[in-house]
Design a protein around this ligand. Structure first.
Ligand SMILES: Cc1cc2nc3c(=O)[nH]c(=O)nc-3n(C[C@H](O)[C@H](O)[C@H](O)COP(=O)(O)O)c2cc1C
Length: 325
């Protein structure tokens, strides 16, 4: 059900969230998502606690909040209580509205340090880390996990106990095992297990891209839904889904507007990253997502792949999206 969402001491007018995406969900992406989609809140990509604590200057890409964006959850990655405690204080000072701990990342570089999804096999550590977060901030605290799936890993009841005993304000569940690729469908029954086992809100995540998949996720009884990949290149998606589920009319942006949103995204990235060439590299990555509605999308992607400056990108958008300025 679409409904107001209470997470700890924070209230949100509805329960659809833009999830974290490493390399994507920095301030320009979140600001556009807020302007066009109005999610309950958006998330930063995961940030290593060590980076926050030991680097003399953290790149603004990881920590900058745009004054024109909505509530932001900062996601931490780490596995030592002392560092999590320190990082929690740091991101609280940066202005985090909520703080999440990554317990789902499948990447070897993170797992080999005992962080991300490797934490799932160590519920007492998860308990300790949630306590470290809770003791060092007043904002709502969550963890984001993956599920057992068909693996031999057994952790779900231990996680239920750790999360409720430690006093987490809510839990986010991505319904895949950490070894599973995106072709494996998300396991809604495992998300439901956590919904039924916990008295705190559970946010369901995985494969929500349209009204039908949103309804399936809501049918698990989850308190809210997190949408990650589908928000890329269509920052209006959450507003569209909210309208559709309420049988209200939603007018999708025209191609020209989409072209302008793409240009806004890249120009804000250029300012944030400090170098046009880095923003152009990101443009190459994002082109195919913004081009979903273009008949000549392959040609457009190819043109962006060869583009080397923002003025050139503007010309390409003028040609394919009929952007006027
Ligand atoms: C490129 C990419 C980067 C991601 N980065 C993060 C991350 O930093 N933190 C995190 O918790 N999940 C991350 N995820 C996982 C997503 O947030 C989400 O759990 C997953 O994609 C399933 O949801 P979806 O089907 O709505 O995308 C990432 C996924 C992708 C594809």
């Amino acid at each position: 059900m679409i409904q107001p969402l209470q997470l700890g001491n924070r209230n949100f007018p509805h329960n659809i969230i833009q999830g974290p995406l490493a390399g994507i969900s920095c301030a320009p992406f979140r600001r556009l998502t807020w302007e066009y989609g109005k999610p309950a809140f958006s998330c930063t990509e995961m940030i290593s606690c060590k980076t926050l604590i030991y680097q003399s200057k953290v790149h603004p890409r990881f920590v900058m909040i745009d004054p024109n964006e909505g509530p932001v959850s900062f996601q931490l990655a780490g596995n030592e209580a002392k560092e999590i405690a320190e990082a929690t204080k740091i991101v609280t000072d940066y202005g985090a509205d909520l703080i999440d701990l990554n317990c789902g990342c499948p990447v070897n570089k993170i797992r080999s340090k005992g962080a991300g999804s490797s934490l799932l096999m160590n519920a007492s550590k998860i308990y300790e880390l949630i306590r470290a977060m809770k003791e060092n901030t007043t904002v709502p605290v969550s963890i984001k996990i993956r599920v057992e799936g068909l693996s031999s890993d057994r952790f779900k009841q231990d996680i239920v106990n750790a999360v409720s005993d430690a006093g987490a304000d809510f839990l986010i569940v991505h319904g895949r095992h950490w070894t599973e690729h995106y072709e494996t469908p998300c396991r809604l029954d495992e998300i439901q297990f956590f919904v039924e086992g916990l008295s705190i809100p559970v946010i369901g995540n995985g494969d929500v891209v349209c009204l039908e998949s949103l309804k399936k996720m809501l049918a698990t009884g989850c308190a809210g839904v997190m949408i990650s990949r589908a928000g890329v290149g269509q920052p209006w998606l959450i507003k569209k889904l909210l309208a559709e589920i309420n049988n209200e009319k939603f007018i999708s942006p025209s191609l020209q507007q989409i072209g302008n949103i793409f240009l806004e995204h890249i120009s804000e990235l250029s300012q944030l990253l400090g170098q046009e060439k880095f923003a152009i590299l990101q443009a190459r990555k994002f082109a195919k997502y913004y081009a979903r509605g273009l008949t000549k999308r392959l040609e457009f992607n190819e043109a962006v792949n060869h583009c080397i400056s923002i003025p050139e990108l503007q010309k390409i958008c003028k040609r394919y999206f009929d952007v006027t300025n």
